[in-house]
Design a protein around this ligand. Structure first.
Ligand code: ACO
Length: 428
């Protein structure tokens, strides 16, 4: 294959280098485009074909349904690893040794105390506030309590900022939920595993001993791993672009949380469950909702279906569907919503509209059903996604800073008014 791409504009030929990734993906390097063409730029709304960076973290092939973190398949990681191992792998590039794993966990635990004054901020939110808005604000507030900026040239400084946020974030997640429920805020326990501690902080009742349920611990561990990274999606690109202005890690993460909140992105897990509930309340007529989803005059979309990159199947959805079946059976939960979801999936997979557009269930189609079986409120689903995505955001932010990437600043094509004279107010 040639190592150059040629572009002809107005009879002038320009050559651009081709870059080949380790999985043989090819990209045209257009860094010099404006310079050599005298100002021509590219346009690609939604960045459907634009690579914003080179990255060593996550590989996905949407046509083949492949997802790998640092070269390891998502199927193997979900089956064999724990969430902290995966976090370490994403952030530092290699699976930790037992010693590195234990040190990593001990360091995270040592940084997990959140300043007690953060409670005052939580108290100021109305109970009706959406947990994602609260979580984003609290993450941003951490900047005020931890003012020193990260020296990216210092390995120690980078490491400390990583363990600090991994320690404090689960506390914010749990407090966000408990405040809404009117429960006392809990600091958890440093004797527990990372995921066990999250569950204890979320669910311990003040008048009861908290007993861990292994099925729930394992299921949450798996869900967090499946959500841990997904290369340059909307929230991750946000984290990278905010961080590219050299804004701090916590501020960049807070922006990523806001991006994740939207129903077209992480907010879909809440939207899926609300949709399934609505279908159930409406008599379980899945055909009616299929018709709505296909009607171009109806804004309704089948939430949890479709993906910008996966055009065959989402490997995470396969793992989660199986986990949903197992977890509900193990917990003895019978949820009619699971049957509605399976029915919808079957209809969509056999429907021309969905087949033609390559719309398949995504990671969020079944995750809410598991969260619900665990007793997690619907409006906390996207917060759980954020907890899972945290290591991915950190890894991508760290990579972007270590590679000394320039500030993110897209171009545009101006299509507004050309120069016109100003008219004074009385003359308009
Ligand atoms: N229901 C019905 N039609 C759909 C759906 C859907 N869920 N998703 C896409 N389509 C249709 C579009 O209307 C469009 O049809 P057209 O070609 O006739 O105009 C076509 O499929 C292509 O859709 P786009 O919106 O152009 O695809 P894009 O890649 O921009 O969007 C997205 C991907 C946002 C995920 C979309 O499929 C969607 O809105 N899905 C529902 C929300 C959702 O589940 N989001 C979670 C994604 S996973 C994640 O972020 C963790």
């Amino acid at each position: 294959m040639s190592d150059k791409a040629t572009l002809e504009i107005n009879g002038n030929k320009h050559e651009f280098p081709l870059i080949v990734g380790t999985e043989n993906e090819v990209a045209i390097d257009i860094k010099t485009l404006r310079g050599v063409t005298g100002g021509v730029t590219t346009i690609d709304a939604g960045y459907k074909n634009t690579g914003s960076c080179e990255s060593e973290i996550t590989f996905l092939d949407g046509e083949k349904g492949i997802l790998r973190y640092r070269g390891y398949s998502i199927e193997e990681l979900a089956e064999e690893a724990d969430f902290l191992e995966v976090a370490y792998l994403l952030i530092f590039g290699e699976l930790p040794t037992k010693e590195q794993h234990d040190k990593f966990h001990a360091d995270i635990k040592s940084k997990s105390i959140v300043d007690d004054d953060v409670r005052k901020i939580i108290d100021a939110f109305p109970k009706s506030a959406h947990p994602m808005g609260v979580l984003s604000s609290l993450t941003s507030a951490l900047t005020a309590f931890n003012p020193s900026s990260v020296n990216v040239d210092s390995e120690e400084d980078m490491y400390n900022s990583v363990v600090k946020i991994l320690g404090k974030f689960p506390v914010l997640v749990a407090w966000t939920m408990r405040k809404k429920q009117g429960l006392p805020l809990d600091y958890g326990s440093n004797t527990l595993g990372y995921v066990e501690n999250v569950l204890k902080m979320m669910f311990k009742q003040p008048n009861e001993k908290y007993v861990q349920n292994k099925i729930i611990v394992d299921a949450l561990d798996k869900l967090l791993i499946l959500h841990a990274d997904h290369e340059q999606n909307c929230s991750t690109s946000t984290v990278r672009i905010v961080g590219s202005s050299h804004a701090g890690l916590f501020a960049s993460l807070s922006a990523g949380i806001s991006a994740l909140w939207g129903p077209l992105h992480g907010g879909a897990n809440q939207a899926v469950l609300e949709m399934l509930e609505a279908i159930k309340e409406d008599g379980g007529d899945t055909k009616k909702y299929m018709a709505k989803a296909k009607d171009k005059n109806d804004p309704f979309r089948l939430m949890g279906f479709g993906h910008r990159v996966y055009k065959n199947f989402d490997p995470r959805a396969r793992i989660i569907k199986k986990a949903a079946d197992e977890v509900l059976a193990d917990l003895g939960v019978e949820d009619p919503i699971l049957e509605i979801a399976k029915g919808l999936e079957q209809e969509a997979l056999n429907d021309d509209y969905f087949v033609k557009r390559k719309l398949y269930p995504n990671v969020d189609f079944y995750s809410g059903i598991i969260y619900r079986a665990m007793g997690i409120p619907t409006d906390m689903f996207t917060v759980m996604f954020a907890l899972g995505r945290l290591p991915g955001w950190i890894a991508q932010w760290r990579e972007m800073r270590l590679r000394k990437e320039p500030i993110g600043r897209p171009r545009q094509l101006y299509v507004g008014e050309t120069l016109r004279p100003f008219k004074k107010l009385e003359k308009r």
